[in-house]
Design a protein around this ligand. Sequence first.
Ligand code: CP3
Length: 367
Amino acid sequence: MPTTVLPPSHPLNSDTSTSWVVSAYRGSQPAVTPVWFMRQAGRSLPEYRALRVGTHMLDACLDPELVAEITLQPVRRHGVDAAIFFSDIVVPLKLAGVAVRIEPGVGPVFDGPVDTPEAVEALVAGHPPQLLDEALAPISEGVRRTVTGLRLLQGGRDPLIGFAGAPFTLAAYLVAGRPSKDHLAARTMIHRHPGHWAALLGWCAAISGRFLRAQVLAGASAVQLFDSWAGSLPAATYVTHVAPASRATFDAVRDLTDDAGRRVPLVHFAVGAGELYPQLDLDVDCVGVDWRTPLDEAALRIGGPSVQGNLDPALLGAPWPVLRDAVDDVLRRGRAASGHVFNLGHGVPPDTDPEVLTRIVDHVHSA
Ligand code: CP3
């Protein structure tokens, strides 16, 4: 595949290439294990809740100044080693013209379900992914402002991680038209209308891929694909009917390299995917592991890539000695992998005491 070298001004060509997070993603064990938390920006922080008063979630995501400030809040407060871009997996759908809103306490809700061949055809024909590129301007601007903020904060050493929703997770929302527990409507479409299913996933991959590419071109130093509902599928179904689209999403940024020819680190995080690891090869640099599979076991199943994770979020409410032992256990098991970035096994729960997160960062850094 021909490569595209990122411009000299890109953080990977100066500040972030030797950062702990990028080094660990690329398979080395820096002296200190780097740490960040999924959903570190957001509802667990009082300064976030104060900023968001009176602004709808999706409006906030399209306000570059607000996005940059929210993304930087946890870096300032906790001293984490990476920022994760504040947005949502449905933002590129909205920018592509799909009617979607986020209902507080519920999640993404669409005007209607995309659960028939006709509905898939209308969605795909009515929303060409190429049209997204110009609409992504507020996202690019949010990334640029965040990178500027990171440079002011600590010389830009810490990378910004870009992200997108994986095709299956997006499709699970689209087919049901709203959040569902078992994703049965999407799982049914796979077998009832396999051709239309493939068309829908291909479209989702094109949308998420463009969202990722815009973030990297604007200054993100790595990308993570959130495959939150992957675990609801049998491994064989995932491999046949979903993995090609997940791979295609990464393909949208695979050609982008730093000036030393190293590609932008790619991270795949699939919840409930322990059984899937031995069968899955998405050609990524790092695999995010949820809280269910011990990291040393996961590293064996995954093979070459580094790992990220995987403190059970349920431990955040435990007394410190219990929590500290659990953090140490994750650190010890993580040494079995080529590289390890400490994280939770899923997002920060809304009611987490932020001081607990800061304490974990300090402990990981001093371990
Ligand atoms: O922190 C917050 O909850 C406030 C902001 C917010 C986000 N998404 C940020 C986000 C809100 C209100 C949403 C809406 C939303 N979208 C929900 C929550 C509904 C609710 O009110 O309880 C959900 C479940 C979605 C869909 C979604 N978004 C999924 C499945 C994922 C993948 C990660 C996961 O949790 O499995 C996202 C990504 C997401 N939403 C991020 C952020 C900041 C990703 C990046 C990160 O790790 O910070």
